[in-house]
Design a binder for this molecule. Structure first.
Ligand SMILES: Nc1ncnc2c1ncn2[C@@H]1O[C@H](COP(=O)(O)OP(=O)(O)OP(=O)(O)O)[C@@H](O)[C@H]1O
Length: 246
């Protein structure tokens, strides 16, 4: 598992010309385990979507991510009313590998069943995803990531609304991916968890307020700065003056 270095150079990502991520530069080293933290509306999900190629930066460059990323979106952003079984939901992980209209085959089904077993959902293959608890659904999404087998794994609030046991099981999987040499990036709000489990941190408040060793980034001064920036945001962020001036 040899992920490339992911480099961001002066990256700005906007929604309707309003910058959610503002002139961010830095790098995710191959095999690093990084938490992305910051206040609500800081641009964390937007950054992950840009890294996954789902949202194009309107300025700057992201290099090294294309084609090697698997993304776990925020559970709240997913529609669970869609009538699919757990097995099919996991098999969506093979979509890119197999192509939209190609048969998955017995080997693919076998891998999907093994992934369900690995996340503790043996026997759930035929269950509709709509009938799962939040924790069981998150396990299905982790099984899908397992099947995708990507060198870079992006997780958007992976432990939200989970009980201690489920969170611990999924955190163990994150550490396994890290141990295998994958690059893992997770958006998190629990700073105690970040300090305990994540060696590196990117502190975002639309601008990057720190990116490096967690202990050096999560200082009281940096967190205060992030809070003050968030309090200064109006409901609608301003258009980027630096970009408009360019
Ligand atoms: N689809 C969208 N259309 C318009 N604006 C959006 C869209 N998605 C996000 N935004 C805006 O972009 C900014 C950053 O949002 P984003 O979801 O990236 O922040 P976040 O740090 O992940 O927040 P949270 O911690 O609340 O999940 C916010 O001002 C948000 O309202």
């Amino acid at each position: 598992m040899r992920p490339a270095e992911i480099r961001l150079t002066d990256v700005t990502v906007s929604h309707a010309r309003r910058p959610a991520v503002h002139h961010v530069s830095g790098r995710f080293a191959p095999g690093s385990l990084t938490a992305v933290v910051g206040p609500n509306g800081a641009g964390k999900s937007t950054l992950l979507r840009a890294l996954a190629g789902l949202h194009r930066p309107d300025a700057g460059r992201i290099e090294g991510a294309a084609g090697q990323v698997a993304l776990l979106p925020q559970a709240a952003a997913l529609d669970r009313g869609f009538p699919v079984s757990c097995l099919d939901a996991v098999l969506f992980g093979l979509w890119r590998e197999a192509g939209a209209f190609r048969a998955i085959g017995a080997a693919g089904r076998g891998r999907a069943l093994a992934a369900l077993a690995a996340v503790g959902l043996d026997g759930f293959a035929g269950r509709p995803v709509g009938s799962l608890s939040a924790g069981q659904f998150q396990r299905v999404l982790f099984a899908r990531l397992l099947l995708q087998d990507a060198p870079v794994i992006l997780l958007d609030e992976p432990f939200n609304a989970l009980d201690a046991r489920t969170a611990a099981d999924l955190l163990a999987m994150v550490h396994r991916w890290h141990g295998e040499g994958r690059t893992v990036v997770a958006v998190l709000h629990d700073l105690d968890l970040v300090r305990r489990e994540f060696p590196d941190t990117l502190l975002l408040a639309r601008d990057c307020l720190g990116w490096g060793a967690t202990g050096e980034v999560l200082t009281a001064a940096n967190r205060l700065r992030a809070r003050m920036m968030a309090e200064a945001w109006s409901a609608e962020p301003e258009a980027c003056e630096r970009r408009d001036a360019a």
